[in-house]
Design a binder for this molecule. Structure first.
Ligand code: P6P
Length: 335
């Protein structure tokens, strides 16, 4: 029986990207190169994460990001690595990063793409050896070529994404992305330094029996959400919550399930950031037959008003998201 690596040697990431580019008659290769730039940075981060326990790269950096969250040393390293790869790659004119307050002007003013990125999501898990991830979205700039990126370039709604993806640094490292023609997953083979197609055309199950939510905030949830959680428990669904969005999302994509980060007393509009967490995963969700809302509307149709704004996030098997939304509608008193 041929193993997946042998079978997939023909579909290394570079070859896969090149083949897909041929399908776009007017493609000039910038997006392909941008995806390669992200893949390159992820390989470097993968190495740093795997060594974190042996180097002094674990732990807190002693600084806070604009969200007021403790930055981990690897947050900063990941931010530098991805930013450097995108600057040197030359295809990105501007970046929004979770770790940086303002727009990063790459100086590549001729470039036609912008990137929003969470360089290392769930990084506080690194010290306890739990998986972490990178989340990214790619948009066409709206401002004229040749000038610096603008706020209008960055505040685009999710439907405008040309590509989105995540890297999952777990028991194996995976790159999962979509350019609007389905979702494909690539597993990293460190001995060859290459990603290989391992999960072609990923499809989310219409229904599932896994629910992912931090129930520590249960007492502050609205009645509709409490009702949905009660139903999950009555049906003896599995509660699975890694505390790393990419890990919970990826598992639910493969097995069916729902991930919820609602408005809470601590985060009155939810904890997750629209531009570089929710939008990317919502794009992938819809490309794989899943659903992503803020409890009321499609995530992808939210018009952003600020770089680091947050949103409640309900994402996963469509039947589960629809039922959760129905509970919110039926059981939550109007404010
Ligand atoms: P809480 C990590 O900080 C993160 O952004 C997501 O990866 C994760 O799902 C969530 O926050 C965990 O937040 O409040 O449950 O610890």
């Amino acid at each position: 029986m041929m193993d997946k690596l042998t079978a997939s040697v023909g579909t290394a990431l570079d070859r896969f990207i090149a083949k897909r580019q041929e399908q776009f008659p007017y493609a000039t290769g910038e997006l392909s190169q941008l995806l390669r730039d992200i893949a390159l940075a992820s390989k470097i981060i993968n190495r740093e994460i795997n060594r974190a326990g042996l180097s002094d790269l674990g732990g807190a950096a002693g600084t806070e990001n604009i969200q007021g969250e403790q930055q981990q040393k690897l947050d900063m390293i990941a931010d530098v690595r991805f930013t450097r790869a995108l600057i040197n790659g030359g295809e990105t004119c501007g970046i929004v990063s979770e770790e940086v307050d303002d727009i990063i002007d790459t100086g590549n003013h001729h470039a036609k793409y912008i990137v929003t990125i969470d360089p290392l999501d769930g990084s506080s898990n690194i010290d306890v050896n739990v998986l972490v991830g990178t989340i990214f979205s790619i948009y066409r700039r709206r401002s004229p070529i040749g000038r610096p990126p603008t706020m209008d370039d960055m505040l685009q709604q999710g439907t405008e994404q040309v590509a989105a993806g995540y890297v999952l640094y777990g028991s194996s490292t995976m790159l999962v992305y979509s350019t609007g023609y389905g979702v494909n997953g690539f597993t990293y083979e460190p001995s060859l330094g290459e990603y290989f197609l391992s999960h072609a055309n990923m499809q989310c199950k219409e229904n599932g029996s896994i629910f992912s939510i931090n129930e520590g905030g249960y007492n502050t949830f609205n009645e509709g959400l409490k009702e949905y959680i009660r139903r999950c428990k009555e049906r003896e669904y599995s509660g699975r919550y890694i505390g790393s969005l990419v890990g919970d999302f990826h598992r639910n994509l493969l097995k069916g399930g729902i991930y919820i980060y609602p408005a809470t007393s601590k985060y009155d509009t939810g904890k997750l950031r629209l531009l570089y967490e929710c939008n990317a995963l919502a794009f992938l969700a819809e490309q794989s037959g899943a659903m992503a809302t803020d409890g009321k509307q499609r995530i992808l149709e939210i018009k952003p008003t600020s770089l680091h704004q947050r949103s409640p996030f309900y994402v996963g098997s469509p039947k589960m998201v629809e039922e959760a939304m129905q509970c919110l509608e039926d059981y939550t008193e109007e404010e």
